[in-house]
Ligand binder design. Structure first.
Ligand code: DQA
Length: 144
């Protein structure tokens, strides 16, 4: 099983700044992730929250269960040291993903406080960022 976790405002995909994030909804994203998981032989569970506490709770669950994670921390990427500290406890792979390329956007998006405790980061490929992250976890046999 692989958890795909999404942070704040990603429940608004489709309505939210479609020029930046596209027209597909969170449900479209969830279907794409589940379909990709099926091809790769993994169950995929997709969740979204606007709450930092809830997201940290899910990371704790993944840490305790040694469950691999694809994480789009959304705006928490740029300032949540609490999320960073939660991710630092992991022993299974965690891939940070972004739909847009934060490095090509406003200055505050150039910093990720999460990147240094992730296995790696995939950004800028739209919803395909999630597909690439799931493939990385499933195919590259990464263990941390
Ligand atoms: C995002 C990029 C973040 O800077 C932003 O706050 C988001 C979405 C992305 O997927 O491109 O909410 O993580």
């Amino acid at each position: 099983m692989i958890l795909v976790l999404n942070g704040p405002n990603l429940g608004r995909l489709g309505k939210r700044e479609p020029d930046v994030y596209g027209h597909e909804t969170l449900e479209d994203l969830a279907a794409l992730c589940r379909e990709t998981g099926k091809k790769l032989g993994h169950d995929v569970e997709v969740r979204q929250t606007d709450s930092e506490a809830e997201l940290i709770g899910w990371i704790h669950e993944a840490c305790d269960g040694r469950i691999p994670v694809v994480l789009n921390p959304a705006a928490f990427t740029h300032y949540s040291y609490a999320l960073k500290d939660a991710i630092a406890q992991r022993t299974a792979p965690l891939v940070e993903v972004h739909i847009s390329n934060p490095a090509a956007r406003e200055e505050f998006r150039h910093t990720s406080v999460v990147a240094g405790v992730a296995t790696g980061t995939i950004a800028g490929f739209g919803l395909q960022s999630y597909v690439l992250a799931l493939q990385a976890i499933a195919e590259m046999n990464i263990t941390s």
